[in-house]
Design a protein around this ligand. Structure first.
Ligand SMILES: N[C@@H](CCC[C@H](N)C(=O)O)C(=O)O
Length: 287
């Protein structure tokens, strides 16, 4: 029987980003991609946040992030807020330091809102990563559609601990068929580790409307790291200031790209949908 059998989980969302939080702090088990996919098939999520016992002094927990397709991500802003909402009451704190395989993330609570320090954005082509050297990633050479009338072109590329491409559009992102275009761009050879794809419409210097196709998960109602990527890319292009409201289909996030230390802070709400228990039958084919 899978060690995950009968484990309780929390189904949550971060402004519509569907998140399952699985607390395995008392169980030494590395969730496999097949197990993540098995859970996604019965309790659909955009990300599965697996919380494990802390590995480093000064941290509160270790965390791994799985997409619907079983792949792992280096960052998940909305999921981190959900993990914070689950752990903070039990640990009797409003501030947590969470370790992932690639970074340390600090989360704070202020009333109903959770702020996650997503760290520093990275803009170098090989850190995003891109398959070719681009000296300036504010716009990269990439387009889809007819060569003389592309549907989308010249995205900004950013790493927020995971790869993002941001296409600037001048009408409501909902009017694009992102469900069709998203997979083509996610898997474009220019992104050797695939990419999260955002369409962003700057409404004014303090407000951007965004729609996201997530790597490994598809169309989503929200993506926190994409909101951060859009905010820093827009500020780099001087299209916005460093503090912006990002409106996603599921709701709003406030992103503050702090001048003092270059860190990106993401603030928003979370919602608990229900609690559940992992059924042993789900893992019958996930060995
Ligand atoms: N929804 C997340 C980002 C999820 C990770 C992404 N699909 C990837 O593979 O990088 C967020 O809120 O940041």
């Amino acid at each position: 029987m899978s060690p995950l059998s009968h484990r309780p989980y929390a189904k949550m969302n971060g402004i519509g980003n569907e998140i399952v939080v699985l607390d395995l702090r008392d169980l030494a088990h590395a969730v496999t991609p097949a197990e993540a996919r098995a859970i996604a098939a019965r309790e659909p999520f955009d990300q599965l946040m697996v919380v494990q016992a802390p590995r480093t002094a000064g941290t509160d927990a270790f965390m791994r992030i799985y997409n619907t397709d079983g792949s792992e991500s280096g960052a998940c802003g909305n999921g981190t807020r959900c993990v914070a909402a689950q752990l903070m009451p039990a640990l009797r704190t409003d501030r947590l330091t969470l370790e992932t395989p690639t970074s340390l993330v600090v989360a704070r609570r202020q009333g109903e809102l959770f702020t996650v320090d997503m760290g520093r954005p990275r803009f170098a082509w090989n850190e995003i990563p891109l398959a070719e050297a681009f000296p300036d990633t504010r716009y990269i050479e990439l387009q889809i559609g007819p060569i003389d009338a592309p549907v989308l072109h010249s995205p900004s590329a950013v790493s927020m601990g995971n790869p993002h491409a941001v296409f600037w559009v001048d009408r409501d992102p909902a009017t694009f068929d992102l469900g069709r275009i998203g997979p083509l761009l996610e898997n474009h050879p220019i992104f050797p580790e695939r990419a999260n794809i955002s369409l962003a419409q700057v409404l004014d210097p303090g407000h951007v409307r965004v729609r996201v196709w997530e790597r490994g998960a598809g169309l989503t109602r929200a993506c926190g790291s994409a909101a951060c990527a859009v905010a820093v890319a827009a500020a780099r292009l001087k299209r916005t200031g460093r503090t912006v409201r990002i409106t996603l289909p599921g709701g709003d996030l406030t992103i503050d790209w702090r001048e003092r230390d270059d860190h990106v802070l993401m603030t928003g709400a979370v919602e608990l949908e229900h609690h559940g228990t992992l059924d042993p039958a789900w893992f019958a084919d996930a060995a």
